[in-house]
Design a protein around this ligand. Structure first.
Ligand code: FPP
Length: 228
């Protein structure tokens, strides 16, 4: 068990293609994707993983058609409302990682409310990257360091990230059969292992999660050093 990843990050890609293949609107894919997230959190809890970060909306996603952006905003708010009771019952602390710029006041209030009521929950930290960009997070961190007149060091950059108490990500899973990082956790993934899954996010399974963890366990992580 101590070879298990402590922090898993998931790039939930492929909702749009999943829907298009079924002649559905892309937004239908996101709806099924949101349900899939609920299911995957159950598996993560079973495995006693301590930190999960999921990529739900990037700073670049604003470029999508208005209908898709609005659907993702509403879906996220609905997700927080619908799951409030579950977060408390399952002892899940929810943190929303990202910029609050351009989010509606209503959504910001909901985010603050959920973060506040779940702040003492301890089984799992669920970090939802929403309006998130890895580059922006680093820039925001450096700005805070400059404001506080501190030295620009790796330690200070790490300390000033959005949720600096969350450790670096051990394993990143990207679904959707594409092979890039898309501005996700750029600072925290310096030594992450990456598992690319062919499955579209709505088709993701418990078995595929287990496959990704098995491949992580088999890797000899050296963090730039050599095996003694
Ligand atoms: C990428 O698939 C996915 C997104 C941009 C949004 C992810 C959102 C969800 C899984 C559901 C909403 C989440 C919450 C927390 C309620 P894509 O649209 O880029 O798919 P494609 O590559 O097939 O076009």
């Amino acid at each position: 068990m101590d070879k298990f990843p402590k922090h898993i990050g998931i790039i939930m890609d492929g909702n749009g293609r999943w829907a298009e293949k079924r002649n559905l609107m892309r937004t239908e894919g996101h709806k099924v994707g949101a349900k899939k997230l609920e299911e995957v959190i159950e598996y993560i809890l079973e495995l006693n993983i301590k930190y999960l970060t999921v990529y739900a909306f990037s700073t670049e996603n604003w470029k999508r058609p208005k209908l898709e952006v609005n659907t993702l905003m509403k879906l996220f708010e609905k997700y927080l409302i619908d799951n409030e009771e579950k977060f408390m019952k399952q002892n899940i602390r929810v943190c929303i990682t990202g910029s609050r710029n351009n989010l509606s006041d209503k959504l910001i209030k909901k985010i603050e409310y959920i973060e506040n009521i779940t702040k003492n929950n301890a089984k799992l930290v669920l970090s939802i990257a929403f309006n998130y960009g890895g580059r922006l997070e680093i820039v925001d961190s450096v700005k805070k360091i400059i404001d506080e007149k501190l030295e620009i060091t790796e330690e200070n950059i790490s300390k000033n990230l959005y949720n600096s108490f969350i450790p670096d990500v051990d394993l990143i899973i990207r679904t959707g059969n594409e092979f890039r990082i898309s501005n996700f956790l750029l600072w925290q993934m310096a030594y992450s292992e990456i598992y690319f899954s062919k499955l579209m996010w709505p088709d993701f399974t418990k078995d595929e999660l287990h496959n990704s963890i098995l491949s992580f366990i088999k890797i000899d992580r050296r963090f730039g050093g050599i095996k003694c």
